[in-house]
Ligand binder design. Structure first.
Ligand code: ATP
Length: 308
């Protein structure tokens, strides 16, 4: 039996370029791994049992347990890569990452399943190969393997690790229900068209990482990072879910130094000045009624791995 811990991510910068002919957007995506995470356990199954899934945690009912689950897809992809036609494994997901929350929870489970099955089956797949398989599974999966802080380009799958000068303290406010990532990108395009700026990659400049944000990360400077937080999907998430404006306001009024929608939302992320402040902001958000629940956490942390 192998258990792998895997972090959720928040995008401290999410720059969205125009819509490409292949249906994707070019991104300048600064991923940040936080200690809020899932655990995926792989257990040997009897031959012929196939890949089976179970899930526990408050959001377990929202997690699909069929072949669409990224953990199951990861197990099959790894097996196929090694020429194993019909893999057998029991996968259990202990789910703490909000589902469809803009924190890449499904991608995290895919990355964790790659590591767990690789160890269970004794495959010793090189890390570079795991990264390639991860990119096949989805744009956010490679980062869940790498962890820390990284700049993602292209669809987000080309990763450059970034230097970080300290620990940052975060609060995540979890909303009721999720938002579909493709729907939020479509709304972003629609709002750009409505504003007259155009939404295609010939009309929208290719986004790049903000030097002030990279310096704030390298310096471990929470106040500077708070000022540089930026998410080009935030307006679209707020347009689809106007109540998120109240959540952002509640966290800021409770003492957060920075606030933004996490990825495609609806989870809201708050940067705080220290761990005590994070605990107080989380408590205030839970009491405010502006979210379903709130978690204080920190980062950056390592990517998917077997705890020591
Ligand atoms: P991202 O930030 O990468 O866009 P997200 O955090 O918004 O993703 P996920 O929690 O990854 O969203 O879930 C998106 C959808 O993926 C879910 O609604 C669910 O149908 C599907 N899914 C597939 N595998 C998983 C998994 N292991 N855990 C949760 N959802 C999964």
């Amino acid at each position: 039996m192998i258990t792998v811990r895997v972090p959720a991510k928040v995008n401290v910068q999410l720059g969205v370029g125009g819509l490409r002919a292949d249906g994707y957007h070019d991104l300048a995506n600064v991923f940040f791994a936080v200690a809020l995470g899932d655990e995926v356990t792989a257990t040997a199954a009897t031959p012929g049992e196939g890949v089976t899934l179970s899930c526990s945690g408050p959001d377990a009912a929202a997690v699909p347990l069929d072949d669409s689950n990224l953990a199951a897809r990861a197990a099959r992809l790894l097996a196929a890569h090694h020429g194993l036609a019909a893999p057998d494994v029991r996968l259990h997901i202990a789910k703490a990452i909000p589902v469809a929350g803009g924190m890449a929870g499904g991608s995290a489970d895919g990355a964790a399943a790659l590591i767990a099955c690789d160890a269970l089956w004794g495959l010793r797949t090189p890390f570079e190969t795991l990264l390639e398989l991860a990119a096949e599974l989805g744009s956010d999966v490679p980062f869940a393997l790498v962890g820390g802080v990284a700049l993602g380009r292209g669809r987000g799958e080309i990763l450059e690790p970034l230097p970080v000068g300290g620990t940052f303290h975060w609060v995540f406010a979890v909303a009721d229900g999720g938002l579909s990532t493709p729907a939020v990108f479509r709304e972003c395009d629609r709002l750009r068209d409505e504003a007259g700026t155009g939404s295609t990659d010939t009309e929208v400049p290719t986004p790049d990482a903000d030097p002030a944000l990279l310096a704030a990360l390298a310096d471990g400077d929470a106040v500077a990072l708070a000022a540089a937080l930026a998410n080009d999907l935030q307006q679209a998430a707020l347009s689809l879910r106007p109540a998120l404006a109240d959540t952002l306001r509640a966290g800021t009024e409770a003492g957060a130094i920075g606030a933004l929608v996490s990825g495609s939302g609806p989870t809201c992320a708050f940067l705080t000045k220290d761990a005590d402040s994070a605990a107080a902001v989380a408590e205030a958000l839970r009491a405010s009624g502006a979210c379903r629940t709130a978690h204080a956490t920190y980062g950056p942390v390592a990517g998917a791995g077997i705890p020591a």
